[in-house]
Design a protein around this ligand. Structure first.
Ligand SMILES: *Cc1c(COP(=O)(O)O)cnc(C)c1O
Length: 399
């Protein structure tokens, strides 16, 4: 090696092995070296016995996959660039032209949009079912149904379905069931062991939310307990080229140890504010699964409810219909600590007004008419958030 450049690239120094510290190392690669051509040919990318190419994982992503599988109560995990990409991966892997997929009316909106557009164009049909009526789900399962999406609690409206019964209906019809477990986050309940011998086939989890905890990372995961199902998803994952950045993986690995503590803190604050909102005449309804009069409260209690129960940081209100949508917008604008923005699970409390009529096939029978506002609590002091709400309500009343 006569040239310094070559010497820098092919440098002989190897640091001693055995370094251990609280935070795992970050291994970044597209290219991964093999000691020989024979070793290259021998190396299997389908399991975690070795390394072949950055897209198929490095020690850093293997670590996060194993930890997320443990969090969810599953056995295998695949990482995707976002929660929505994880949903798309599951659909692309398990559905083909002529198949049908069922999705609850309160599912994460962009997932419904994906089925309404690309999947419909590819000849994959879908039906939207009533999440609060397992008989409606049972009636809609037909010979073409290959996959049922479940979500608990429902996006934006936070009804809690009878998951055990929904899974039983799917199993009785031999249809795969996939749970969007972003809300429960692996902490509120165990999706693979729901009691009564039931469990979902797979979960997806937007790691963007509580696992990241910072509002600064987009990532998703698909968790399974069945090796054959995992392999099927992994083959599609590989062929689609769904990679994640190792610096993002590192960020999630760093946040995971505090996740249960943060989830409990978001939960405490959300419940305190939800109860406070119940006493305000400007709101005709407060939606939170731990409130006794909320839709599916008994199902929430049965699944997540030992002791105080577990519920995360989301709640919604229906603003009384005497207030116009513009007045509700002004209320949201008047909030100072609650920032206006999508997503949740980070340190900052967020607020979004939703026009529910454009989001649902049917207006949920249990819901009052009016504009819905969804809050997600961050990690601020509850007294400050309550004062912020009171201040903005004064603006609403004055407007
Ligand atoms: C945020 C979210 C997703 C999508 O996650 P992204 O990483 O933002 O794509 C999916 N499902 C639910 C329930 C979510 O809240």
């Amino acid at each position: 090696m006569n040239h310094k450049t070559t010497g820098l690239i092919h440098h002989p120094y190897v640091p001693p092995s055995g370094f251990e510290a609280p935070q795992p190392g970050v291994f970044k690669a597209s290219t991964v070296y093999f000691p020989s051509v024979a070793a290259m040919r021998r190396t299997e990318w389908k399991d975690k016995t070795g390394y072949t190419y950055g897209l198929h994982g490095t020690p850093t992503s293997y670590l996060l996959e194993e930890r997320i599988a443990t969090l969810e109560g599953g056995a295998q995990c695949l990482l995707a660039p976002s929660g929505l990409a994880a949903i798309a991966l599951v659909c692309l892997s398990l559905l083909k032209s002529g198949d049908e997929v069922l999705i609850p009316d309160n599912a994460y909106g962009p997932a419904k949009a994906l089925l309404r557009s690309e999947f419909r164009d590819w000849g994959i049909t879908h039906q939207v079912y009533d999440p609060m009526d397992p008989q409606d789900l049972a009636r809609r399962i037909g010979p073409q149904t290959r996959l049922v999406w479940l979500e608990a609690a429902g996006s934006v409206t936070l009804e809690f379905p009878d998951l055990v019964e929904q899974v039983r209906v799917c199993k009785a019809a031999s249809v795969s069931c996939a749970l969007d477990n972003t809300w429960g986050a692996g902490l509120a309940f165990n999706a693979f062991d729901l009691g009564a011998g039931q469990g979902v086939d797979l979960t997806i989890h937007a790691l963007t939310k509580y696992p990241s905890g910072g509002g600064d990372v987009l990532m998703g995961a698909v968790v399974t307990r069945d090796a054959a199902l995992h392999l099927r998803l992994k083959l599609t994952h590989m062929r689609l080229g769904l990679g994640v950045g190792m610096n993002d993986v590192e960020t999630v690995l760093r946040s995971l140890p505090s996740m249960a503590l943060r989830y409990a803190a978001h939960d405490r604050t959300a419940r305190a504010l939800a109860r406070w909102c119940q006493a305000r005449s400007e709101f005709s309804q407060v939606l939170h699964p731990a409130l006794p009069d909320s839709q599916g409260h008994a199902h929430w209690k049965a699944l997540c409810g030992d002791g105080e129960g577990r519920a995360g940081g989301l709640f919604s209100v229906i603003v009384h219909e005497r207030f116009s949508a513009a007045q509700v917008d002004a209320f949201c604008d008047a909030l100072q600590l609650f920032r206006i923005g999508y997503s949740w699970g980070g340190p900052v409390s967020l607020v979004v007004p939703y026009d529910l009529a454009t989001m649902r096939e049917r207006w949920p029978v249990a819901l009052a008419r009016g504009t819905l506002v969804r809050f997600s609590t961050g990690l601020e002091a509850v007294e400050d958030l309550q004062a912020d709400l009171a201040r903005a309500l004064a603006v609403l009343a004055a407007g």
